[in-house]
Design a protein around this ligand. Structure first.
Ligand code: NAD
Length: 477
C-alpha cells in the first residue's frame, strides 16, 4: 500500500513535526499525521465550542441521517478500511474486516439512539403532593467531549465514542492513538463527507502532552477514555471537575468445568486468547481448568495454539498477526521470561520474530507474578488446574481490576453461581471472555472502571437530563 496522507489538519496550519505511522509487520511507512503541540489545544477547543452549538441545533433526524449515511459509506468501502487497519496495527485481514463491520453497526445503533432516546414523562402524581404537576425530562447534550482512544481497535473504538456523542448533540474532539491514528481519521473524513457541519468533530493528533492539554480544559464537559491504567490515572488527576468515562484493561479468567463440551471450549478459548495477537482488553489470559480434564484440555489447547499461523496479516490464512511494535512484543516476552524464571513451565511459543510473537502457553505460573496479576496484552495464556468451582472463582476474582470472565459448563447451577459471583462487567457462559456485542453495556468492575460503553449506555453518559415541570392551578379529571 502507498503511504497515505489524510488532510485533516489543525485549525492553525504551520510548519510542524509529523508522526510517521509504521506498518508493524514490515516497517514500511503507512502515512503521517501532524504532531500537534499542546499549544494547539486552545484553537481546537475554540472550534469545538462552535461545533457544540452547531450539533445542538441539528434535529434528531438530521443527526441520525448523518450517522446512517456514514455507516452506509463505510460499509461500501469496507475493503479500504480493513486494509488500512491491517497496515497500521497488523490485525489480520479477517479480523480487520470484522472490526469494520462492527463499526458500521455501531454507527447505525447510534443513529437509532438519536431517534429514540429523547427522555421520559415523569409520573409526578405517583407520590402524594405533586398531583397538580405534569412534565418530562429531556436528554440534553453535554457540550464539548474529548474522546481518547487506544491503538488496538482503532476504528470501532473511535466509532463507540463519536457515534453516541453526535447522536446526543455534542461536539467531540477525538485524540486517537499516535501509533494508529489513520483509520479513525478516515472515519472522521467520512462523517464530514456525509454532511456533518464543521467543527462538530475534530481530530487532535499528537501524544500525551496534547492529550493532557485537552483533558485539563474547563471548556470540556466529559473525557471519554479507553486505554491503559497508568494513562487513566494521569487523566483522572488532570481532568478536574468533569465527567469521566474510563474503559481500561483486563486480565480475563475463563473457567473450564469437567462437564463441558471440550471441543467447543478449546476452540473458543484459542480464539479468545489469540485474537488480534492478544491485544484485546477482553482477551482470555488465565484458563482455570478442572483437574478431571486438565491433561486432555492442555494437550488439545497446546496442539491448536501450535497449529495457528503467525505472520503476514495481509494473508487470508494468517491467524495471528504482529503486535503493534517490536518493542511491545519484546516487552511481552520479558513478562513471560520473568514468569519462567520464577518457576513457570513453557508449553509452547515465546518465540519472537520482529513484532510477531508466537502464541505462547504456560502453566505453573506463580500467583504473585506479573503475568498472573496484571494485563499482559499479548498472545500469552496461562493454564491452571483447579479442583472446585469455588477455588476457580476465588482465583478468577484475585486481580484488583476486571472486565469480562467466562465459564464452560453444562451444569446450570454452576453457570448461575459463576454469573452471580464472578466480579466482572460481563460473564460469558459457554464462551470465552472475548465476546462483545456493540449494543450491550460494556465496562469493567473494581479498580478504575467508570461508566459503560455500548451505544445506548455511552449515549446516556454523554447526555444530561433536563426536567420540565408544569404546575397547574387546578387538576382536571
Ligand atoms: P495507552 O493508555 O497507552 O494510550 C491510550 C491513549 O491515551 C492514546 O491515544 C495516548 O496518546 C493517550 N494518552 C497517553 N497519555 C496521555 C495523557 N497523559 N493524557 C491524555 N491522553 C494520553 O493505551 P494503549 O497502549 O494505546 O492501549 C492498550 C490499553 O487499552 C490496554 O490496557 C487495553 O486493555 C486498553 N483497552 C481497553 C478497552 C476497553 O474498552 N476497556 C478497549 C481496548 C483497549
Amino acid at each position: 500500500m502507498n503511504a497515505i496522507e489524510l488532510h485533516i489538519e489543525p485549525p492553525r496550519a504551520a510548519t510542524r513535526d509529523r508522526i510517521v505511522v509504521t506498518n508493524p509487520y514490515d516497517g514500511s511507512e503507512v502515512g503521517s499525521v501532524a504532531d500537534m503541540p499542546p499549544q494547539d489545544a486552545q484553537a481546537i477547543l475554540q472550534a469545538a465550542k462552535e461545533g457544540a452549538r452547531a450539533c445542538r441545533a441539528l434535529s434528531r433526524h438530521e443527526r441520525a441521517r448523518l450517522l446512517d449515511a456514514c455507516a452506509t459509506h463505510v460499509e461500501r468501502d469496507q475493503a479500504a478500511f480493513a486494509n488500512l487497519i491491517v497496515a497500521e496495527v497488523g490485525k489480520t485481514i479477517r479480523q480487520a474486516t470484522k472490526e469494520v463491520l462492527r463499526c458500521v453497526n455501531t454507527l447505525r445503533l447510534s443513529a437509532d439512539e438519536a431517534r429514540r432516546n429523547a427522555g421520559e414523562v415523569i409520573p409526578f402524581d405517583a407520590y402524594a403532593g405533586s398531583e397538580n404537576r405534569q412534565g418530562w425530562f429531556t436528554r440534553e447534550p453535554l457540550g464539548v467531549i474529548v474522546a481518547i482512544t487506544p491503538y488496538n481497535d482503532p476504528l470501532n473504538l473511535a466509532a463507540h465514542k463519536l457515534g453516541p456523542a453526535i447522536a446526543g448533540g455534542n461536539a467531540v474532539i477525538l485524540k486517537p492513538s499516535e501509533l494508529a491514528p489513520l483509520s479513525a481519521m478516515k472515519l472522521v473524513s467520512y462523517l464530514v463527507a456525509a454532511g456533518l457541519p464543521p467543527n462538530i468533530v475534530s481530530v487532535a493528533t499528537g501524544g500525551a502532552a496534547l492529550g493532557e492539554a485537552l483533558v485539563s480544559s474547563r471548556d470540556v464537559r466529559m473525557v471519554s477514555f479507553t486505554g491503559g491504567f497508568i494513562t487513566g490515572e494521569k487523566i483522572a488527576r488532570s481532568a478536574g471537575l468533569k465527567k469521566l468515562a474510563m474503559d481500561l484493561g483486563g486480565n480475563a479468567p475463563v473457567i473450564v468445568q469437567g462437564d463441558c463440551k471440550l471441543e467447543d471450549a478449546v476452540e473458543s478459548c484459542i480464539s479468545g486468547a489469540f485474537w488480534a495477537a492478544g491485544q484485546n482488553c477482553i482477551g482470555t489470559q488465565r484458563l482455570l481448568v478442572h483437574s478431571s480434564i486438565y491433561e486432555e484440555f492442555k494437550r488439545r489447547f497446546v496442539d491448536s495454539a501450535q497449529a495457528l499461523k503467525a505472520g503476514n496479516p495481509k494473508r487470508a490464512d494468517t491467524d495471528v498477526g504482529p503486535m503493534i511494535s517490536g518493542q511491545a512484543a519484546a516487552r511481552a516476552k520479558g513478562v513471560v521470561d520473568a514468569a519462567l524464571s520464577q518457576g513457570a513451565t513453557l508449553l509452547c511459543g515465546n518465540l519472537l520474530d520482529g513484532a510477531v510473537y508466537a502464541p505462547t502457553v504456560l502453566e505453573d505460573v506463580k500467583f504473585d507474578s506479573v503475568l498472573w496479576q496484571q494485563e499482559v496484552f499479548a498472545p500469552v495464556v496461562v493454564l491452571h488446574r483447579i479442583d472446585s468451582l469455588e477455588e476457580a472463582i476465588g482465583l478468577a476474582n484475585e486481580p484488583e481490576y476486571s472486565l469480562h470472565a467466562g465459564i464452560f459448563t453444562n451444569d446450570l447451577e454452576a453457570a448461575f453461581k459463576a454469573a452471580e459471583t464472578l466480579e466482572a462487567g460481563g460473564v460469558m457462559i459457554n464462551d470465552s471472555s472475548d465476546y462483545r456485542f456493540d449494543a450491550m453495556p460494556f465496562g469493567g468492575f473494581k479498580y478504575g472502571s467508570l461508566g459503560r460503553e455500548g451505544v445506548r449506555f455511552a449515549y446516556e453518559e454523554m447526555t444530561q437530563p433536563k426536567v420540565v415541570c408544569i404546575r397547574r392551578t387546578a387538576r382536571q379529571v
